[in-house]
Design a protein around this ligand. Structure first.
Ligand SMILES: *[C@@H]1O[C@H](CO)[C@@H](O)[C@H](O)[C@H]1NC(C)=O
Ligand SMILES: *[C@@H]1O[C@H](CO)[C@@H](O)[C@H](O)[C@H]1NC(C)=O
Ligand SMILES: *[C@@H]1O[C@H](CO)[C@@H](O)[C@H](O)[C@H]1NC(C)=O
Ligand SMILES: *[C@@H]1O[C@H](CO)[C@@H](O)[C@H](O)[C@H]1NC(C)=O
Length: 285
């Protein structure tokens, strides 16, 4: 009875005003995910036929914590027209059980006043995992810049300037067997005044590995295109096999295309327009 009356009421306007939109006699409901963070609904009413109520539900219910703001390391000034001849690389003795165990700080070569056993330049910051021969006595390996080291135990320091090719968030990643400490930016990698690293500098990032498992550690930094950023890697192998990979992942490229060959974008320390050195030349003039 009630239904009949309602039906009559629905139909009544049809006769009252011909050609006006007919009110929907029923509704269907559709649930669709959307990018909002709450549930809402929208009713779609066509001229004829059933109305459709769209229930919009949030895609996924997990809320991610806010991403940390990348640090903004400061650049140094460099001499104009200085050639991108590569990073400096210095080879130091590292005793068995020394740097790389976690018990020796990456400042050991500074505080102990060590002199490099060999020095060169390199555009590449990578050498693959090796495996020891049957008799590891006298075992050597090639690293970068043509430097051959005692493969059993050694330390390498890579330093100079990285010219940011563009502005944005860059991701610095490294992996190593046994340890690599990354220092980046003015004062952290070294001083823009005298080019010297501080033994008290805290690394931006540390990667540790061994036993053929070398986990990658990545850190975001915001860099400005065309500026020259001081960078320093202190890498050490305290005994047995070794490996090293230091990469910079530039903005707007896939992770797989991150680089460990910086040809054309890395400069030696001598390119630095260090204020002490400049003052010396100024006094001479
Ligand atoms: C690094 O790359 C630059 C630019 O191609 C080149 O001039 C320089 O000789 C390279 N340095 C080394 C050590 O290979
Ligand atoms: C990455 O480096 C940071 C900074 O030194 C350190 O706190 C963190 O433990 C490292 N992460 C891994 C997975 O080693
Ligand atoms: C080293 O880094 C490059 C990216 O430059 C990457 O393609 C490669 O897989 C890495 N190699 C190792 C052994 O981690
Ligand atoms: C000092 O001046 C000499 C010659 O004028 C130049 O070759 C050298 O690169 C300068 N060095 C520094 C650190 O300013």
């Amino acid at each position: 009875m009630v239904t009949l009356i309602q039906a009559a009421l629905f139909v009544a306007p049809l006769f009252a005003s011909k050609g006006a939109c007919q009110r929907p006699t029923s509704t269907t409901t559709t649930i669709i995910p959307w990018t909002g963070t709450y549930t809402t609904s929208t009713t779609f009413t066509p001229c004829t036929g059933p109305a459709t109520v769209f229930i919009e539900t949030p895609i996924g219910t997990t809320t991610c914590p806010p991403a940390p703001t990348p640090t903004r390391p400061a650049p140094c000034e460099t001499y104009p027209d200085c050639a991108a001849s590569g990073l400096n690389i210095d080879y130091y003795a590292n005793p068995v059980g020394g740097f790389g165990t976690g018990n020796t700080p990456p400042s050991f070569y500074i505080t102990e006043g060590l002199s490099p056993l060999d020095s060169s330049l390199t555009n590449v910051t990578f050498f693959p995992q090796d495996m020891p021969p049957a008799n590891p006595s006298g075992w050597t390996r090639d690293t970068n810049g043509g430097i051959i080291v005692n493969a059993n135990n050694f330390a390498l320091v890579y330093y100079g300037f990285y010219r940011a090719p563009t502005t944005g968030v860059f991701t610095i990643c490294s992996s190593s067997d046994n340890e690599n400490d990354v220092f980046f930016g003015r004062g952290n990698a070294f001083s823009c005044d005298n080019g010297k690293p501080s033994p008290d500098a805290k690394p931006l990032q540390v990667s540790r590995g061994g036993s053929y498992v070398n986990p990658i550690n990545c850190t975001d930094v915001y860099l400005v295109g065309g500026r020259y950023y001081p960078v320093r890697n202190v890498m050490g192998n305290f005994g047995g096999p070794s490996a090293f990979n230091f990469t910079i992942w530039e903005p707007e490229v896939p992770f797989e295309d991150r680089k460990n060959d910086f040809t054309g974008n890395v400069y030696p320390l001598s390119c630095g327009w260090l204020s002490n050195a400049r003052n010396k030349n100024a006094t001479k003039a």
